[in-house]
Design a protein around this ligand. Sequence first.
Ligand code: HEC
Length: 197
Amino acid sequence: MRFPPIFILIFLLFLSCKQGPKISDKKVPKNPDYAEIGMSYAQETQKVLGKTLMTTIQEKGVVEAVKFCNERAYPLTDSMATNYNAHIRRVSDRPRNPKNKADASELAHIETFKKALASGDTIVPILSEGNGKVQFYYPIVTQALCLNCHGTPGKTMAPDVIQHLSQLYPDDQATGYASDEVRGIWSIVFDASKSPD
Ligand code: HEC
């Protein structure tokens, strides 16, 4: 049996549509809302981290607290990474751990957040989508507590802490901060093609 040419044409058009370029700047899907998921992760982790750091510093001292400023200590990382096929990192333009070095596009986002913070703008996450992935970026801002380990040696940082840190991180770039500075960013990649429904 033969199909009339018009059917073949329609069929070919249909095929060519499916094979057309992916729209990379389409809106982030409402369900799941990656902006919301990313934000709740960032906020929740910041809260837990802040609390853990504070109590550990008070009870056991700064040196003992050093191990808590490590993403492996974050309780939510695993469950969120599994639920949303997320790859979660904390990266910085001035990393303490060389593994947390920001790449070129992350560096650009850090600059954007620095400008936004300096001009007093409301900080909103940066989202971008393409190739079935959603990328989420949100700044990690310093507060007084952080300066025990990211501040100025001799002022906010005690000598034993400096010594301990320099043994663990010989290439440490993460000192010299004041409060309310962009210390780094959350960089989360969601695999949207495997998102839960
Ligand atoms: C008790 C010491 C200590 C305190 C307090 C502390 N940090 Fe850290 N921070 C570290 C250590 C150690 C690392 C390296 C962790 C690793 O090896 O991944 C680190 C790493 C980081 C990183 C990842 C990027 C990098 O430089 O490797 C960010 C972001 C960060 N800290 C932000 C903060 C913020 C914000 C605060 C305050 C809420 C804070 N830290 C308080 C010790 C501390």
